[in-house]
Design a protein around this ligand. Structure first.
Ligand code: WT7
Length: 653
């Protein structure tokens, strides 16, 4: 573990500009200043009040049970149905005609789905899953493009008390299979393909390949949504077309309630070892915090707002801020299938204009790529409907923050920079638009009801102006309950660095006002375009190639993607791969093994790797090389000449 770099705080302060809280934003009990006060007076009572905003079939009497720490139980004796809260509740309240989803496919086809229609679709899908023998507690893998069926499938799975494991479509067959096996999924819901960059990217073949890999597996059926209309192989008896099966189903489904701690989903995320972690989230606490943060951080007015979160449902942002948070709040939202530049670089802005998007939530990497393409593109669209902008996934640099506000937000819109993680389930640190004076580049303040501290390595809080490690000091409703199949790893990874407190893996600083500035990961986890990737996982993919003897992977600072994956490999003697072929071959190999999102930006063939006397690779030195910096302290290396050898090799590369 390395501590976050000690940059002077002034360089982080976005030129010292502060934007006062916007008067036109909510300052009431939903998102106003008194919230923090109520929460600090009695944290548990505050969360209980937020939980009561949901519909419970049996009310809870106990708020938090922390006796089996770090495995929390929130609202444990209450019972609810998550899907009923996200759909039926709004229909029963008379809002059935409100649009839930404005969906737009990449080729330009559209679907508008009201809450009443969503109820019918989710009910049919729930009936189908039950018909296929899916039982409460069973796991269902979802491997879909951004089409309405992704949302419908997730809600239907939740409705019958099964557990979804959504796998991002950019993961390979092998990654998909590893996730299917770890979760023991009985069903996979996929599509023939989805539209990306102007053509159909097939998905079903990856499912076929995943299930054909050797070893026992648990999948009985594959349910296939027809979207790309690309030709697919068919396994009779196993494969079923979604549209054919669903047509026979009843549009009503009586939902039963499940315990608040009933598992809702598993979502795999990269850690410091090669094996992804199955983060488990449960029902009542998760939904409470997803819904609360969605309405307070985004100042949501469900009757007026058109909300658009650009994340894919394959990530936690898509779970909490496309599916559960917005739908629990009865929001109207946009769902878009494709890439931002299809068919032209103005696609996002034409969507904002067409649907009158009022709240936009996206990642800094997207903002930086728009910045690079120039303001003429967004300027060609009417973006005046926007009233609030959000950022998530990585630190947002002040330049990108200011550009986002000025060019996309017309200089009017507050920006909420939201810090959280797959494990936290929902937003933990963010300004509140009507309350917080915003500093470009800072996530600033824990949301009400959340305890955050910045500690030094001995566990002492750092003073204002100091930097250290971010921890969460108290259990929170949406916290991960465990790592699927590996409770020991859960305890070890998050709760052993500072016993009793949750160690997030991020470095942070407190400025003179006590505001938080997130500084990125302090472990061997990389953040590439807001996607979390493990150096160890990519290294093991590289050494699985017959030509590779050893590999070391680092995340090097990159202007566009935040970090870029840079690999250093030693080839086997006699390997049938020339130095010149190595880079393209190995980049393709990683994309094939893990998925295109893990493809290294650069692969350097080297003769040696820098190691300590105990044989540990010193990634810090490789990062220096990859970032073109003077190589740091090499005194702990077993062979101090090694860096020179590597550097010489790199230049020749
Ligand atoms: C890691 C979590 C949260 C949903 C998307 C990513 C980084 C996230 C911010 C932010 C600085 C951020 C952290 C964190 N991160 N948001 N606003 N400012 N860093 O979820 O894949 O679980 O990754 O993303 O390093 O640990 P994830």
């Amino acid at each position: 573990m390395t501590t976050a770099s000690a940059e002077p705080i002034d360089s982080l302060q976005g030129g010292g500009r502060v934007f006062p809280p916007s008067e036109s934003f909510r300052r009431d009990a939903v998102a106003g200043p008194e919230l923090a006060e109520t929460a600090s007076r009695d944290r548990l009572a505050f969360w209980a009040e937020q939980a009561r905003a949901l519909q419970w079939q049996r009310p809870f009497s106990e708020v938090l049970d922390w006796t089996d720490a770090p495995h929390a139980r929130w609202f444990a004796d209450g019972r609810l149905n998550v899907a009923v809260n996200c759909v039926d509740r709004h229909v029963l309240a008379g809002d059935g005609e409100r649009v839930a989803l404005h969906w737009e496919g990449e080729p330009g086809d559209t679907r508008t789905i009201t809450y009443s229609e969503l109820l019918g679709e989710v009910s049919r899908a729930a009936n189908l899953l039950a018909d296929l023998g899916v039982q409460p507690g069973d796991r269902v893998a979802v491997y879909l493009p951004m089409i309405p069926e992704a949302v419908i499938a997730m809600l239907a799975i939740a409705r019958i008390g099964a557990v979804h494991s959504v796998v991002f479509g950019g993961f390979s067959a092998e990654s998909l299979r590893a996730r299917i096996d770890d979760a023991g999924a009985v069903l996979v819901i996929t599509a023939d393909g989805g539209w990306r960059k102007g053509s159909v990217a097939p998905l079903k073949p990856a499912v076929d390949a995943a299930l054909a890999l050797p070893g026992e597996q648990t999948v009985r059926n594959v349910l296939v949504v027809r979207r790309g209309e690309n030709a697919v192989d068919w396994s009779e008896g196993r494969d079923l077309w979604w549209h054919e099966e669903i047509a026979a189903m009843d549009t009503t489904h009586e939902a039963r309630a499940f315990e608040a701690e009933h598992p809702l989903f598993i979502l795999y995320t990269s850690g410091t070892t090669g094996k992804p972690k199955g983060i488990l989230h449960t029902s009542g606490g998760y939904l409470t915090q997803a819904a609360f943060t969605h309405r307070s951080v985004f100042d949501l007015k469900p009757e007026q707002d058109v909300y658009w979160c650009t994340a894919d449902v394959g990530w936690i942002t898509g779970h909490s801020y496309v599916v559960y948070g917005p739908l629990a709040n009865g929001a109207t939202q946009v769902l878009y299938e494709g890439t931002p530049d299809s068919p032209d670089p103005g696609r996002w802005w034409s969507i904002v204009e067409r649907y009158g998007v009022t709240i936009l939530y996206t990642a800094p990497t997207a903002i930086r790529s728009f910045m690079k393409a120039g303001r003429a593109i967004p300027d060609a669209h009417d973006l005046t409907s926007l009233r609030l902008l959000g950022s998530v996934g990585e630190p947002i640099n002040p330049e990108a923050w200011l550009w986002y506000r000025e060019v996309i937000g017309g200089g009017r819109t507050p920006i909420v920079d939201t810090w959280w993680q797959t494990e936290t389930g929902a937003i933990m640190v963010s300004p509140l638009p009507g309350v917080t004076a915003a500093k470009p580049g800072a996530a600033q303040t824990p949301i009400p009801g959340i305890g955050i501290a910045v500690l030094d390595e001995s566990g002492e809080p750092v003073p204002a102006g100091g930097g250290g490690l971010l921890v969460v000091t108290e259990p929170w409703p949406a916290m991960a309950r465990t790592i699927w199949n590996d409770p020991e790893r859960f305890r070890e990874t998050y709760w052993s660095t500072f016993p009793g407190r949750y160690f997030a893996g991020d470095g942070a600083r407190l400025d003179g006002d006590g505001d938080l500035w997130l500084l990125g990961r302090v472990d061997d986890v990389m953040n590439v375009s807001g996607h979390r990737l493990s150096t160890a996982e990519i290294e093991s993919a590289l050494v699985a190639h017959p030509a590779v003897a050893e590999a070391a992977v680092v995340g090097a600072a990159d202007e566009a993607t935040g970090q870029a994956i840079v690999a250093f490999v030693i080839l086997r003697t006699g390997a049938e791969l020339t130095d010149a072929d190595a880079s393209p071959t190995l980049r393709a190999h990683v994309a094939e093994r893990i998925g295109p999102i893990a493809r290294p930006a650069r692969v350097h063939v080297v003769a040696e790797l820098p190691k300590t006397r105990s044989g540990k690779i010193m990634r810090r030195l490789l990062r220096d090389l990859a970032e073109g910096r003077e190589v740091g302290d090499t005194t702990t290396l077993a062979d101090t000449g090694v860096m020179r050898t590597i550097q010489t090799g790199m230049h020749a590369d």
